[in-house]
Design a protein around this ligand. Structure first.
Ligand code: PXG
Length: 458
């Protein structure tokens, strides 16, 4: 028996009272107990009670190749047997991260040829923030240090990650964010576009909020803009097509670096290796983590563009930054095997050409017309369903989350794991989903919407 199978749910829930969970109201958790997930196979996860759930969230936006991949376990075991750890400080290195860095340079956008490793997206964003400020200092402009980010953005939970994030509740608990970070509106047309304003015009207006912030601070004070190509944890907010080209124009005009956070969108989710390719964005840094190993090991890679890397190499001296587990050989060995699987199985092309369009079609044809649904939207295998009280006025059920948690709980009861973000339901399934899996998810989501509707409008 393994740790996963030898305990009952009651035993696990008892022991779990010693465990402080992330992003959790601990009193509420102790009153209700956690669902204990003990096994995964392909697109499914299983709990202690034997309930089978179709995992519409790929773990936490990361298990892109699905569960139960023995090849990844073998890659980790081989690396652990040969060399479980050695560091990459003090002029040392090990083969796995070296080969992974070269591979990432091959699949990344053309101007990205250097990689800095960490173990989480939050760490990678700390690295990115320090690196862009260091870059401008090396260029003789240390006062060019303000970073512009967005409300509803999510960039992690360390102090720098939370400071870059645009979540009010997180900021309120920080009691002092990292200074010189400014937030502007996100490109969220469903709630923020004015009546009669086209998506195109709203996209330009949202991008020009960045220009406004640059002009307010003075371009000689602004180091960079950071954004997720699609806001993920903030609710799969997909920008209008006009947004990213305008952001690119603005960053170029004022010589502001463009930092992309692809912790969720990286490694195939939008139908290309990176969403930078899907949206045609040329960035100076790209933060990646999660699906780099499909979540089988903790690993992040900050992809660094040539402009920053050249300065760092040519005039940098020592960059006083790094983590014990930067370039961890076991994590990197797993990442190499994971990228090999993604390529060998053609998962990214399938998302781009088949399952992404099929998911969009399923949502349009089967979900969009439901009385609770105000909008469906998706890119690749990343989707949101907006829940409303009134389809025309887009009035919401209050307090925020009322409809979201109801639909989510019914979805889980019907065998589909999804996530609720305020008044929306979001999905980011493993890239191994096929048409039949998407149909099944559609059946279960529809049942959940009907059950929630019956409770909300008895
Ligand atoms: N950037 C983005 C875009 C993320 O989505 C991070 C950075 C931080 O990564 P780490 O590995 O430090 O967690 C993330 C993480 C959710 C949820 O509820 C999303 C994340 C993490 C936890 C929960 O959707 N994204």
């Amino acid at each position: 028996m393994t740790t996963n199978t030898k305990y009952s749910r009651a035993q696990l829930q008892q022991a779990d009272t010693h465990h402080l969970h992330p992003f959790t109201d601990h009193k509420e958790l102790r009153a209700n107990g956690a669902r204990m997930i003990v096994r995964g196979e392909g697109p499914y996860i299983y709990d202690t009670e034997g309930l089978e759930l179709l995992d519409g969230m790929a773990g936490l936006w990361c298990v892109n190749v699905g569960y139960g991949r023995k090849e990844l376990a073998d890659a980790a075991a081989r690396q652990m047997e040969e060399l479980p750890f050695y560091n990459s400080f003090f002029r040392c290195s090990t083969p796995a991260p070296v080969m992974l860095a070269a591979k990432l340079a091959e699949i990344a956008p053309e101007n990205m040829n250097q990689v800095f490793f960490g173990t989480s997206g939050s760490e990678a964003n700390d690295t990115a923030l320090r690196l862009v400020r260091h870059f401008w200092a090396l260029e003789g402009k240390p006062e060019k240090n303000i970073v512009i980010a967005r409300n509803s953005g999510y960039h992690g939970s360390t102090i720098a990650g939370a400071s870059l994030s645009g979540m009010t509740d997180m900021h309120n608990q920080l009691n002092g964010a990292v200074p010189n970070i400014v937030h502007v509106i996100p490109p969220y047309a469903f709630e923020l576009a004015e009546p009669g304003e086209s998506d195109h015009d709203f996209g330009l207006r949202a991008a020009r909020a960045v220009e406004g912030a640059i002009l307010a601070a003075g371009a000689d004070k602004v180091a960079a803009f950071i954004g997720e190509p699609i806001l993920g944890a903030g609710g799969v907010k997909i920008p209008p097509a006009s947004y990213w080209p305008e952001i690119q124009r603005i960053c170029t005009k004022y010589d502001v670096l463009l930092m992309l956070d692809e912790v969720i969108t990286g490694y195939g989710r939008t139908g290309n290796w990176f969403a930078a390719q899907t949206f045609g964005i040329e960035a100076d840094t790209i933060t990646t983590a999660k699906a780099l190993t499909s979540g089988y090991q903790p690993l992040s890679a900050l992809l660094v563009g040539d402009r920053i890397a050249n300065t760092l190499v040519e005039k940098g001296g020592e960059f006083f930054h790094g983590y014990t587990y930067s370039a961890h050989p076991v994590c990197c060995a797993v990442a190499l095997k994971n990228l090999e699987i993604i390529e060998r199985e053609g998962l990214i092309g399938r998302v781009r050409e088949e399952t992404g369009p099929y998911l969009a079609q399923m949502l349009q044809e089967r979900i969009a017309g439901h009385p609770l649904v105000g909008e469906v939207r998706s890119v690749g295998l990343m989707a949101a369903v907006e829940l409303v009280k009134n389809k025309t006025t887009r009035e919401r059920y209050m307090p925020s989350g009322t409809a979201g948690t109801k639909v989510r709980d019914h979805a889980i009861a019907n065998g589909l794991m999804v996530r609720a973000v305020g008044s929306s339901i979001i999905m980011a399934p493993p890239l191994i989903w096929e048409r039949a899996t998407i149909d099944l998810a559609g059946d279960r989501l529809l049942k959940a919407l009907d059950s929630a509707l019956a409770e909300l409008r008895p």
